[in-house]
Structure formats: C-alpha cells, structure tokens
Design a protein around this ligand. Sequence first.
Ligand SMILES: [Ca+2]
Length: 473
Amino acid sequence: MRLFDVTLVRRTGIRFVGLTLAGILAASATPAASEPIVDASAKPVPRIIISTDVAIGLIDTHGGKSLTPVSFDADHAYTTDTNVAPQDIDDGLTLAMALNLDAAGQIDLLAVVPTYGNASLPAEMLVARQIISTLKKRKDIPVAPGAIGPAAQILNPTAKWFNGKTTKITGRKGSFALSCGNEGVSLMRDTLLADEGLGKKPTVTILAIGPLTDVACLLNTAPKRAIRNINEIIVLASRTKDSSVAVNGKVVNDFNFRMDPVGGTLMLAAGKARSVPIRLMSFGLTGQTSQTAGLFGFDAATYPGRKPSTAASRKSFKWLLEASEPRQAYWKGIFGTIEGPFDQYTLAAALKPEVFDCQAGLAYVQMCPYPAWSSSYPVSSGGDPTEEPYNTPVNPCVDHGTANGSSLSEVPAQLVVSSKTKKVGALVRGISGIDGNIPALNGKKARAVMVCTDFANSRARTKFEKLLKDWTW
Ligand SMILES: [Ca+2]
C-alpha cells in the first residue's frame, strides 16, 4: 500500500538551473528551430530521494529503540523505551524545505521513504502525509513506508539450525538481505531504475536522515543497474576520530547510527555498492549550529517564512512553528538552548556542496565493549554486574566510560571517520563476532567516504543560514 497516488516517474525530463538572462533573451528573440533553449552553463538540478524518520509534532517514543537489545538495565534485563517525549523536528523541516525547493524548480524530489527512528513508523507516516499532502498539496510525490525497526533485534543475529549449522546476517544471501525488503526500499529501487538513462552520469542523490536500515537494504538487495544510478548518498551521521559528540557540554548520541549499528555497518559493507559515493555530514560540522555560541535554531525570531508570503506559505510556516514548540521546549530543558538544524545539512550539501569543507576519509565501526552476555563482561563473585554494558572504564569509544552517563551503555558501537586514508584498517574494530556485538565482517576494509567537518568559511556559513531561512516554511 502506498500512502498517496503514485506515478513513479513524475517528470520524464531533467530540470536545469543556470539559465542566464542573456540566454533567455536570445532564446525568446528569434530562435532558430534548432537553437537550444537551455544555456550551455546550465546544470541539472539535484534529483533526490529522502530516507527519513520524519516526526515533527509527534509526542512518541523512539521508534526502534524498544526493539533492540541496546537497551539494558544494570541487571542485564531488556528495557523498553518509556521515554515519551516531543520528537525531533529536523526531518520535518528538511521535508518542507525540499518540497518548497521542488515547487520552485531548484530540486526534483523523486521519492520520500519514512522509516522508524525518531518515532514509530505508523505515526511518522501521518507526519509525512501532513506535510506533503495537507500542507504542500503534493499528492504527486511518491511516498512509501520503510522499515519498522532495525536490521536485527539482537545485534549479531547469526541464525542457528537444529544440526549446529549457522547462517549469518551478512551478505546478499544472509538473513538481512532476505528479510529487509519493504515498500519503501522497493520505491527507492524502482525510482533509481526509472531514472536510468536520464543522464550520462548517475542521476539520483539519496539523503539518509534517519536510521540507516533502509539504505543498507537497498545497497544489499538492489540490482547493479539501480545501484549504478546513485550519484551520492549523503548521510547525517558520524564523528571524526577521537571527537566527542556533545551539545553545550552534554554528551549526546550519533542518533542515526546508534539506532541501527548493524544496518549502518551493512550499508558500509555492501559489496556491489562499495563504489557508490558516500558523504558523511559529521557531528563536528552539524553540531555547530546547536551550540550556544553558534546557535541557529528554528523559531519565529530567526526564520522569516516565505517572502513574499502567500496564504499557503503562512499556513505551512505557522504549523511548522507550532509543531516545533514542544520539542524546542524539551530540548531547552536539557541543553539550555533550542535545537539547531541537523538533517537540513544533507539537503544543503546536495544543493550547495561548496558551502562545506569536506575531505576524503575512511569510515569504520568501533565496537564499545562489552555486551552483558559477553564472557568478558565483569561481574562480582556473586555474579552481579560491576559496570554498565558497553561502558567499561577501558573503552575505545569516545564519550563512553564510567565518567559518563549510563545511558551510553545502550550504545554498542560508533561510526568513526579517519582522515588517514593511506592507513586502511578493518571496517569493524574492537570486540566483535559474539552475539551482542556487530558482525565481524571478516576481510572487509574501512569504507572510503567523503566527510564534511566544517563550513568552508564564514561567508559559506551565512550562505547556509540564508538557504535555510529562504526555504524553511
Ligand atoms: Ca532524522
């Protein structure tokens, strides 16, 4: 079931930007029959699929957390997520911005695939409908539901058979590729195939702004022809090596990776897709606009709405502001300020890559020891745990350890980018290969990526803020 009426290829042609006034005048004066309408300097606009945990306005639990064993209490017991709270707003702001840019011919929004994450998938589908259909009247945009939960409900779910044999989760014949398909992943695959041949180069950019489960599924299951048509995957996740991830001095999660570390790892490991360009928007960049010193949060004092406004733009802007208020109050209660943009960095990177300082890097997954069932997990003589799982004092994961909050014991692994591109190590590092940790993926090397770590300069930062102000309403 798709939420809205879907026509897979809404536009058979590619849009162009860069028409010069001279070009337009020349074309409209006395055009010869064969004279091109498009200026030679014109370039096609980004053609975009968004994989998103869109949750603006929802009061909900994190949609996948309660399914994973990354939630423990100190007695090794599984815990469900009872933290009902106003959920994140940045996917909703990204989606509204993308729809506004699409309507203005600045991008082509080809498909939207909600996925669990900030909230549960069913509730998120309602948000997608609210923004796309109700506020923006865009029933022509294809929308289909993605994953309802992470790749695996235990971290290294090697299937065990009656006769002692096992089947791994990894690879195209593993249990993830066999089970991860859903309508959203099919929509992404079909969109890539439908776009085939539209350009000489790959045409489609995927913005991965939720847990990475569906993008991992796409890369592990789609035919080569579809994968070859991915221009780039821009991911809102990662930290550079040895970097803390904190807002106003308080350690936070690298949420999109944390929600599905196995899926994130399988995305980086996908065999046929290792040549697809991946751009990681690291927290060192995206966290800047949420720190007190550089705050650029979404509120009526900072954002103007569409100029000039229309009845429709006023209605949409008002809804986004009102739906954001509970989340901003919640965030302020924890961090002292409202929240800055995160997911919108990916859309800005697709549209204006020159705004960011990005370099080649190697992405890898660092395990944080130990799961509660590890033979190395420390217990007292009475068998009681003496520390939080994944949060030992001696720990290769930055921000972990007994000096930090026990909620970090729910984070089993981190996505890290090294700038030392000549020193290619393993994709999965640390203790792996036991249930409760990431599959070892023997032989896989760290994944070559681009990583964006800063604004190109102060003017570029102003340009980024102007882009968001102009189009978020
Ligand atoms: Ca998100």
